[in-house]
Design a protein around this ligand. Structure first.
Ligand code: GUN
Length: 280
């Protein structure tokens, strides 16, 4: 078997065209462009790159993008006050604080300070609670983008066996809820799971988000599975690889995401969709 490649760049580009048309339609109705404020604290190179991609995507679809960049020693109170100001701003529909934050700042406090209706990352306990109740509002962007990718495959989620490797706040936990909401059966693997290859081998749908280069080997994968690789890892030779061994997986899976160009662009486009939804 040779897997069909799920091209996130291509799918995201098409979705961005639709978003751009919605922005133009809003403007024809006399409504302003959706506004997104992106807050970056510190100098982490990966975070800087992700934030730049989000800001570029805003410009590409005609959103108003506000950049708030701060040094790593930013006091927590200053950040919370800025969030209060953005919560009250009539020009801003969405607020995103790039994670991780420096350790002197409480991530929980910051995420809970964002008004739930402007929480375009979907990380506020209100929005996560709504997702857990299968009443989704603003949904976390990476899982939301992965659901779009799955809709471009032939997989039927209802009753499918899914395996989520990784239980993070950003991907693993909300992803498991998304799959449950679509009536899949899910196993969630984490650092204390005794036999990860066993759980992987049962999965019709495999999603891996752990940040360990090529952790998942081809012979772990159930033949014909849909494999979604969320990892982005740089090897010492400079190559970028995912959490799944791509070459091995290609001859086992029916559908497979590349790294880069799979999940990453879908995360960004989901953020735009959430911002448009918040504006509407
Ligand atoms: N860091 C890594 N992924 C994300 C994301 O989707 N949102 C935010 N805010 N930070 C991240």
């Amino acid at each position: 078997m040779t897997a069909q490649i799920l091209d996130g760049n291509d799918i995201a580009q098409k979705e961005m065209q639709t978003i751009k048309q919605s922005v133009e339609e809003r403007q024809r109705q006399g409504l302003r462009a959706p506004g997104l404020a992106v807050i970056l604290v510190g100098n982490d190179p990966a975070s800087k790159l992700y934030v730049q991609k989000k800001r570029n995507a805003c410009h590409a679809v005609g959103f108003h993008s506000q950049a708030h960049d701060y040094p790593a020693d930013l006091p927590e109170d200053t950040l919370l006050n800025k969030i209060d100001e953005l919560n009250d701003s009539a020009h801003i529909d969405g607020i995103l604080v790039q994670l991780p934050l420096p350790s002197h700042i409480s991530t929980e406090k910051v995420l809970e300070r964002i008004a739930p209706h402007k929480d375009v990352d979907g990380f506020h306990p209100y929005n996560l609670g709504k997702l857990a109740q299968n009443q989704p509002g603003l949904r976390p962007c990476t899982p939301c983008g992965i659901m779009t990718l799955l809709s471009h495959t032939s997989v039927n989620l209802q009753g499918a066996q899914a395996c989520m490797v990784g239980a993070s706040r950003i991907v693993g936990r909300p992803m498991a809820l998304e799959l449950l909401n679509h009536e899949a059966t899910i196993s969630i693997c984490h650092r204390f799971t005794k036999d990860v290859p066993y759980h992987v081998s049962k999965a019709d749908i495999l999603i891996v988000a752990v940040g360990q280069p090529q952790l998942v080997k081809g012979d772990w994968i159930k033949p014909g599975a849909v494999v979604i690789d969320v990892g982005i890892n740089r090897l010492t030779d400079g190559r970028i690889v995912g959490d799944v061994d791509f070459e091995q997986a290609k001859s086992r899976a029916a559908w497979l995401t590349p790294v880069p160009g799979g999940v990453g662009p879908m995360t960004v486009v989901s953020l735009l969709k959430n911002t448009l939804m918040a504006a509407n």
